[in-house]
Design a protein around this ligand. Structure first.
Ligand SMILES: Cc1cc2nc3c(=O)[nH]c(=O)nc-3n(C[C@H](O)[C@H](O)[C@H](O)COP(=O)(O)O)c2cc1C
Length: 382
């Protein structure tokens, strides 16, 4: 099946499975420990039921809205994902271009393969940058300054990865950060010839934001020990202040899953929070994102934008999150599967699939403007 023939995100996933070496496909398709939260993120969307309405004018529909004051063609951004350039050569650059052409935000991860400057060089509009706070504060200051210099229009500060959750698949596959290749890995790559050919055509195969920018990180082995030791376990609410000051632009807090944390974020000066459990990759046993969304929206009211990620696999899922009060959503794996399935065209296809599902679902719910959706469009008590 070609990328254009893919009708669902699941179709793209199957194509990616056949084209991406197992260790990198598994890296995307994995959650922490039992993967219970990873599964719940998807499953809980199916429990939310829609109200079907009839005999209302469904013409001239619009999915356009705003996230943190930026116009978006639909309220769906690309989530920050590490090692994206391993799903497909130059993955971050291609995904950023696809997002820009579609009119939705792209978020570059600190742990990306292509650097901030690489992505800047192939885009014409501002993208967003995701920050992990490392113990090497000079490195963090420099990273914030580089994102500013590249014209990034929002900083997404990730709060739920002060220490790394364990994903069994990565351990079993012997995946290291950055990837180092054993005979088993070389065999996995040899069975994916198109992936290899594309990879041979790029020089970007390690953490582009780090190598050459962090003190003492000059080669792959120093980079490996640096990445495992550097996440700052002491990150606290106080740190948000200096980060916000140094950044000076729009700030989004990612990884809020608790009402109390949501209320605390109100005093942080951030512009938005993302209800997220890191796609089920950190605290296994945590609640799904969609199940926590309504109470977090209620906790912050209209004092701050609430966004959501985790488990979105269709436009219907986006619509449900929007009905519960999310002003924006993010997709991680759906765009990674698209990328693995067919590079930039695959990411575009993932966005087209979600856009169409969202549009048709909205119409069948009797609505014409995504900004009018509310809990009234959902059935209670199912
Ligand atoms: C392969 C992979 C890598 C990720 N890397 C990062 C990262 O570097 N920074 C970050 O804040 N979140 C990261 N995340 C979490 C995503 O930003 C997002 O929260 C999650 O993917 C949403 O769930 P979904 O994949 O079900 O859409 C990663 C997720 C995946 C699947």
């Amino acid at each position: 099946m070609s990328v254009e023939q893919a009708l669902t995100i699941a179709d793209l996933k199957e194509r990616a499975r056949r084209r991406v070496p197992k260790m990198f496909f598994d890296y995307a398709d994995s959650g922490a420990w039992t993967e219970g939260t990873y599964r719940a993120n998807e499953d809980d969307f199916h429990k939310v039921k829609l109200r079907q309405r009839v005999l209302v004018d469904m013409s001239n529909r619009s999915l356009a809205s705003e996230m943190i004051g930026e116009k978006v063609s639909m309220p769906v951004a690309l989530a920050p994902t590490g090692l994206t350039g391993m799903q497909h050569a130059d993955g971050e650059m291609l995904a950023a271009q696809a997002a820009e052409e579609f009119g939705v935000p792209f978020t570059l991860s600190t742990m990306s393969i292509c650097s901030i400057e690489d992505v800047r060089s192939v885009t014409t509009k501002p993208f967003w940058f995701q920050l992990y706070v490392m113990q090497d504060k000079d490195f963090v200051h420099n990273l914030i300054d580089r994102a500013k210099a590249a014209g990034c229009s929002a900083l997404v500060l990730t709060l739920d990865l002060q220490i790394l959750g364990q994903r069994h698949k990565d351990v079993r596959n012997g995946l290291s950060a950055p990837p180092r290749f054993t005979p088993k890995h070389l065999w996995q790559m040899a069975t994916r010839p198109f992936w290899c050919l594309d990879m041979l055509g790029t020089k970007r195969r390690t953490f582009g934001n780090i190598l050459g920018h962090a003190k003492g990180v000059t080669d792959l082995s120093s980079l490996s020990s640096w990445t495992t030791e550097q996440f700052d376990p002491q990150l606290s609410w106080k740190d948000i202040e200096w980060i916000r000051e140094r950044w000076g632009g729009k700030l989004i807090l990612k990884g809020i899953l608790d009402e109390e944390d949501a209320r605390m974020s109100l005093g942080s000066g951030a512009d938005a929070i993302i209800v997220s459990n890191h796609g089920g990759r950190q605290l296994d046993g945590a609640a799904s994102s969609i199940s926590m969304l309504p109470r977090i929206v209620d906790a912050v009211g209209d004092r701050m934008e609430v966004h959501l990620d985790g488990g979105i696999r269709s436009g219907q899922d986006v619509l449900k999150a929007v009905c519960y009060g999310a002003r924006g959503t993010y997709i991680g794996r759906p765009f990674l599967y698209g990328l693995g399935a067919g590079g930039k065209a695959g990411v575009r296809r993932a966005l087209e699939i979600i856009h169409k599902e969202l549009d048709v679902t909205m119409a069948l719910c009797g609505e014409r403007d995504i900004r009018n959706l509310s809990r009234e469009n959902l059935l209670r008590d199912v």
